[in-house]
Design a protein around this ligand. Structure first.
Ligand code: NAP
Length: 246
C-alpha cells in the first residue's frame, strides 16, 4: 500500500513539493488548501479544500487517511494552521516537518523599519509618510482602517471585506512582480512608504528592490515564531526528510 503524505499548502513551495512527489506510486500525496482564494493555483495531484475543524479533527482525518507524514508548507504568517498541525500530529503520532522559506534580509541601500505586528506597523505609519503601499494581505486590513489622514494603495488577491481605510485605491493582483513594474506602480501613485510582511521567497520580492531604488522606507512585519519541531527551508530538504522517513 502507498504511504500517505499530507501537504498543508497555499504556497509555491507546497505546489513544488506536490509536483516533485507526483508520479511516485509508492507515495499518495494529498495537498490541503484553506479555500480562502476564489481561484487558487492548484497543486498537482489529489487536493482537499477547507479547514479540518481544529486539531482534534485533523488528527482523526490523519488516522482515517492513514497519513504517514505531514509537511506544513503553509505561509509563514499562517499561524493557526501550523499550531493545529503541531497538535494534530502529536495526537495522531505522525511525524511533522515545517517547510519555511527563509525570511528576507535587508541589503545595502535599504531603509527597513521592523514591526512586531500589523498593529505596530500601522502605528508607525503617520511618522513615515502620507501615501502608503499596503501589501500585507486581505485579512489584516481592518488594522489600518482608522488611519484617516493617510492614503493607501492596497493590493490583494481577492477583494477585501470592510472595514478598509477611508482613502484608498485597490488593485487585485497575485504576482509574480518585476522590480520595474513595482517601481512604476510606486511612482505612479507617489508612494512614500511600503508595508510588507516578511514573507520571504521570490514571488513578491520585487517591491523591496523597487523601494530600495526609490529610496523609500519599508515597514517589515516580523514573522511569528516557529514551533519546536523539524524545520526545512527548501523543497529539496523536505524531499530528503520524506525520503529518509518513508
Ligand atoms: P491560519 O490563520 O493559520 O488558519 C486559519 C484556519 O484556516 C485554520 O485553523 C484552518 O482551519 C484553516 N486552514 C488554513 N490553512 C489551511 C490549509 N492549508 N488546509 C486546510 N485548512 C487550512 O491561515 P491563514 O493565514 O488564513 O492562511 C490561509 C491559507 O492561505 C494558508 O493555506 C496559507 O498557506 C495561505 N496564505 C496565507 C497568507 C498569510 O499572509 N496569512 C499569505 C499567502 C497564503 P481549521 O481550524 O478548521 O482546520
Amino acid at each position: 500500500m502507498s504511504a500517505g503524505v499530507l501537504i498543508l499548502g497555499g504556497t509555491g513551495e507546497a505546489r513544488r513539493l506536490a509536483a516533485a512527489l507526483a508520479g511516485r506510486p509508492e507515495i499518495r500525496v494529498v495537498s490541503s488548501l484553506a479555500g480562502r482564494v476564489n481561484d487558487p493555483r492548484l497543486p498537482e495531484g489529489e487536493v482537499r479544500v477547507g479547514g479540518f475543524g481544529g486539531p482534534d479533527r485533523m488528527a482523526v482525518w490523519l488516522r482515517d487517511q492513514r497519513i504517514r507524514a505531514v509537511v506544513d508548507a503553509t505561509h509563514p504568517f499562517a499561524e493557526r494552521i501550523t499550531a493545529s498541525a503541531v497538535r494534530a500530529t502529536e495526537l495522531a503520532g505522525v511525524p511533522l516537518l515545517v517547510l519555511r522559506r527563509p525570511g528576507w534580509r535587508p541589503e545595502e541601500g535599504d531603509d527597513w523599519r521592523w514591526a512586531r505586528s500589523l498593529e505596530d506597523a500601522a502605528a508607525s505609519l503617520p511618522s513615515l509618510g502620507r501615501r502608503v503601499f499596503l501589501t500585507t494581505g486581505r485579512q489584516g486590513l481592518p488594522v489600518f482602517a482608522g488611519l484617516d489622514a493617510l492614503w493607501f494603495l492596497i493590493r490583494t488577491v481577492d477583494p477585501p471585506e470592510p472595514p478598509l481605510p477611508a482613502h484608498h485605491h485597490l488593485i487585485l493582483d497575485r504576482g509574480p512582480y518585476t522590480p520595474d513594474g513595482e517601481r512604476s506602480l510606486m511612482r505612479e501613485h507617489r508612494i512614500d512608504v511600503l508595508v510588507t510582511k516578511d514573507s520571504g521567497g521570490t514571488m513578491t520580492v520585487a517591491k523591496l528592490a523597487a523601494a530600495r531604488t526609490l529610496g523609500l522606507p519599508v515597514v517589515v512585519v516580523h514573522r511569528p515564531p516557529l514551533p519546536a519541531c523539524h524545520v526545512a527551508e527548501t523543497v529539496e530538504a523536505a524531499l530528503t526528510w520524506l525520503h529518509t522517513l518513508l
